[in-house]
Design a binder for this molecule. Sequence first.
Ligand code: SF4
Length: 328
Amino acid sequence: MPPLLRVDDLRAYYFGFRGTRVVKAIDGVSFSLEAGETFGLVGESGCGKTSTCHAIVRLLPPSARIVSGRIELEGEDLLGKSQTEMRQIRGRRIATILQDPMASLDPLFSIYDQVAEPAYYHRAFRGRRLRQRVKELLSAVRIPSPERRMKDLPHQMSGGMRQRIVGAIALAGGPQVIIADEPTTNLDVTIQLQYLNLLKDLQRASGVALIFVTHNLGIVAKMCDKVGVMYAGKIVEMQSVRGLFYNPRHPYTRALLDSIPKLGTKDPLYVIPGQPPDLSRLPAGCSFQPRCQSAMERCRVEEPSEQHLDDAATTRCWLPLHEATTRG
Ligand code: SF4
């Protein structure tokens, strides 16, 4: 049986005026996802995480084009679908939660209208059943007094409530996959944990698969089953969440882990040297080479291919970390 979602060797580039500048935003990304599973996509800003999510739902901006690869949902080829067919898939089979709830909610429509729309459009709820469905969804995302609050406009809700409303909208179409793109970035730390627990509970109840985009490795540890670490448009390491934290293989993953602030130490915070590369002017060889402390001559001339390691992990590095350790 095919996996629920499979992304295979996906490449999407942004093209400048008359094709003068090409930005390789997604450069050979592959992963798969099963029902009920959570896949984390991590990496610094601009590494291609959000572009990958937009490509899956075919919502890349007009200047970008998917140039090769496959995206399959239960074996169905999504890249062969028309935009009309994709409108039936977005919301009904793949829903998205974005990081800024105010950008996702329409300030002029009531909470009821916005939660009801996908349930009406994708699941044919009508009349009293539709109202009941909206109430259930608002209760599921823990909005107090849902009957009363459904008449409110978005500005009458707190930031945390608005983000939970966006979660209710994502669930309203009964999707198989939810793509959550940094959904806690705009929440106070005090309510981030509540929101993550809520997402987990909703996932357990519905069996939906989650793609969780974040740059916060603490969230990865809490939420994800497996993780893809992105750098310069590529997944440079794929691991189970446990493997990532206890046995990282790529120097970039190691550097990300080292930059997590640690309690009870007076050591200065580790900062990854240099800057993420300009995707239109990538260095020769390995893209991480100018910042990598293990770089060798080969890294400067030859781009590392994907290597399958012994424990089902993959990495794109000529000197995966266990080798680096044994070589001293
Ligand atoms: Fe570092 Fe070389 Fe591995 Fe790139 S291929 S991460 S430069 S060791």
